[in-house]
Design a protein around this ligand. Structure first.
Ligand SMILES: Cc1ncc(COP(=O)(O)O)c(C=O)c1O
Length: 398
């Protein structure tokens, strides 16, 4: 039986492949150090786990309303009002099996074959694939590494054309950790408004901003009276260390939410009921766990940056958010090791893996040649040990 053509058009999740590689090595007894992780290393806070246990005992084990339990959608509206200062009605909220499903649903619901969608590079690996799965075309636009990977507006302006129907933004960003300034977001929203593009704003790292305050794109849209059409996508995964629970959500224009809900209804019915109950507690309960985790991430960020910048040939700017750093390894490109030339960061990451059992994610996979992503969602001890090993590997490159 042959497989449908659409499968060949998309790339497999490249970061998941790296994580699988690390798990595979570990299971073979290799003392691997894994900097490829895209999730907090903490367990979900106790009060949230307790809420899930209670939900099980109370029999919340059935299908829920397709767009999510009304109590959860109300809790999301309360959270959006409290933290993001934006008002929504529960009818404008869709709860999905992780934000990933919200983003997928959004692209399916909004884009037609041959529409174009702006994606900024370096991009989270799934963005171009979501666009392609909707049979639309990603238009890759450069960012400025020296300015927190904010959009290169000259590049954007040069690529504007009538086939573009939307733009996907992600600040704080995976893979760079960069946080765009409010000015950059406002400038982008104005361009989106002028060209009648929908803005899909992936804000899953909203609570992991270290040096400033996070402002939702929709809030900026309102404060500056721009009038752009924005679909905000958020997640419980990173904020509450709940990646495995698979709960995320979208908030936006009611017609888009309805269309997304229709697709989700046929694809998965609803998000899992226990996770939804736990998410109500996460959003409305004690928030001190969020700040505690953030503080730990901040200490680790500063540690890994110091250690990386001490490596000869490596340069790493300080990203303001998420739990990734994105150092440049350009100095090692086209150098030699073990008789082999390192032609790109796939080669460099592979060499580091083979030489010292450290897993990293090559920037070429995110559309960022010369860079390598390190996640610091791991202990300080592991960070120290891992970067020492990377040094040993780099010292052999000539
Ligand atoms: C930028 C970005 N958006 C969305 C997601 C997906 O989050 P969720 O676990 O809610 O599906 C991730 C997860 O790594 C991410 O990095």
């Amino acid at each position: 039986m042959s497989i449908a053509q659409r499968v060949n058009k998309i790339n497999p999740s490249f970061t998941l492949q790296m994580a699988t590689k690390a798990a595979d090595m570990k299971s073979r007894g290799v003392a691997v150090i894994n900097f490829s992780v895209g999730e907090p290393d903490f367990n979900t806070p106790k009060h949230i786990r307790d809420a899930a246990k209670e939900a099980l005992d109370q029999g919340y084990t059935k299908y829920t309303a397709g767009p999510g339990m009304i109590e959860l959608r109300q809790a999301i509206c309360e959270k959006l009002e409290r933290e993001n200062k934006i008002s929504y009605d529960p009818s404008s909220i869709l709860v999905s099996n992780g934000e990933k499903q919200s983003l997928y649903n959004a692209c399916q619901a909004i884009f037609n074959p041959d529409d174009s969608v702006v994606v900024f590079s370096p991009y989270w690996v799934s963005f171009p694939e979501f666009v392609k799965m909707a049979e639309a075309n990603p238009v890759l636009v450069d960012t400025l590494p020296e300015s927190n990977f904010e959009p290169n507006f000259d590049d954007l302006e040069s690529k504007i054309n009538s086939t573009i129907k939307g733009v996907i933004i992600n600040s704080p960003s995976n893979p760079t950790g960069g946080v765009w300034s409010n000015e950059a977001i406002v400038r982008l929203l104005k361009i989106a408004k002028d060209n009648q593009w929908i803005v899909i704003s992936d804000e899953c790292y909203e609570r992991l901003v270290y040096d400033g305050e996070f402002t939702s794109a929709e809030k900026l849209n309102q404060v500056h009276n721009i009038g752009a059409s924005i679909l905000t996508c958020m997640s419980l995964s990173k904020t509450y260390a709940m990646t495995g629970w698979r709960i995320g959500y979208a908030a936006g224009p009611e017609n888009i939410i309805k269309a997304m809900s229709k697709i989700q209804g046929q694809a998965t019915s609803c998000a899992n009921s226990i996770g939804q109950k736990a998410s109500i507690e996460a959003l409305l309960g004690d928030q001190s766990c969020v700040e505690e985790m953030k503080l730990k991430f901040l200490r680790r960020r500063d540690l890994i940056i110091e250690l990386l910048n001490d490596l000869s040939g490596v340069t790493c700017s300080i990203p303001d958010g998420a739990f990734y750093v994105f150092p440049s390894f350009k100095a090692f490109l086209n150098k030699r090791v073990n008789g082999k030339i390192l032609k790109d960061t796939f080669d460099i990451s592979q060499y580091i893996l083979e030489a010292v059992n450290v897993v990293t994610v090559p920037g070429d996979g995110f559309g960022a040649p010369g860079y390598i992503r390190f996640s610091y969602a791991t202990s300080s001890e592991t960070i120290k040990k891992g970067i020492r090993r990377v040094k040993t590997a780099l010292d052999k490159i000539i």
